[in-house]
Design a protein around this ligand. Structure first.
Ligand code: LIP
Length: 258
């Protein structure tokens, strides 16, 4: 892993953990919050990445007017799992994905509570620390699926609810941590077999998508097609054995919506 990125992520995590009682603000959507720590961590990341990678561009959660060019661009989630963070659930991570030509080339996700550095480089595999990661080969009927509840988008609540009801009889069970990055790291590590969210932002899935793909899994849109990195999308990740079966099952739910 690039030592510069490792060092910057660990120093950013120190800023995150040093806030005893961060100020919390509402961002407008349902249950969509930001804390002063999210902003402080992002400011630090933009400064340090600009020094370490001169000329790089940025696409960051707490920034206005994000646009994605073809040059080296860092897609940043300063604290993924913000609600977990200020509720002291100790289940949040910092995510940095580097894209070129609108495709991830390297990325890392640091969970400071478990001191786990998940990282991947295109064509070079996915790792947690020094340990190589591989997705599972679990069949659909025994699958543990990460559930993204898309809590900020009330127009998706019924679809998400129907998805849970329709899918549960077909799989083993759902899991939700409240951090899409950590849920997707679980897929890359084979601790779960898939993850979906009817709307997810590029900063939530950029680094994690590369991690899952380099661990032998597949990622794409629930509705078909590739992952895009310049706007929100219905994101799907799974081991290669169940990807299409899970995608089809999710599409059926949407097709059957009144
Ligand atoms: C959150 C994810 C969560 C997802 C939310 C949101 P944030 O990221 O971690 O899994 O359900 O929609 O995307 O806002 O804490 O960076």
């Amino acid at each position: 892993m690039d030592k510069r990125l490792d060092d910057i992520l660990r120093r950013a995590a120190k800023i995150m953990l040093d806030y005893a009682n961060p100020q919390v603000y509402e961002k407008g959507g349902h249950a969509d919050f930001v804390t002063e720590a999210d902003v402080a961590v992002q400011t630090f990341l933009l400064e340090e990445l600009a020094k370490a990678y001169p000329g790089a561009a940025f696409f960051a959660e707490e920034a206005e007017d994000n646009t994605l060019g073809d040059g080296l661009t860092f897609i940043i989630d300063p604290i993924d799992g913000t609600t977990n963070y200020f509720r002291r659930r100790r289940c949040s991570a910092i995510s940095i994905g580097a894209v070129e030509g609108k495709r991830p080339v390297f990325g890392a996700i640091y969970d400071p509570y478990r001191d786990e550095m998940h990282h991947a480089e295109r064509g070079k595999g996915a790792y947690c620390g020094e340990t190589r990661l591989h997705v599972s080969d679990t069949p659909f009927e025994r699958a543990v699926i990460g559930l993204g509840s898309a809590p900020y988008y009330s127009e998706l609540f019924e679809l998400t609810g129907r998805t849970v009801g329709a899918l549960l009889p077909q799989i083993a069970d759902f899991r939700r941590t409240g951090s899409a990055c950590i849920d997707l790291c679980d897929v890359a590590a084979g601790r779960s077999d898939g993850h979906f969210e009817w709307r997810l932002q590029p900063w939530d899935y950029c680094a994690a998508t590369l991690l899952v793909e380099e661990a032998g899994g597949r990622c794409g849109s629930i509705l078909g097609g590739d992952v895009v990195y310049d706007r929100a999308m219905p994101h799907l990740a799974a081991n290669a054995r169940i990807f299409e079966q899970l995608q089809r099952a999710l599409q059926r739910v949407r097709e059957e919506m009144p």
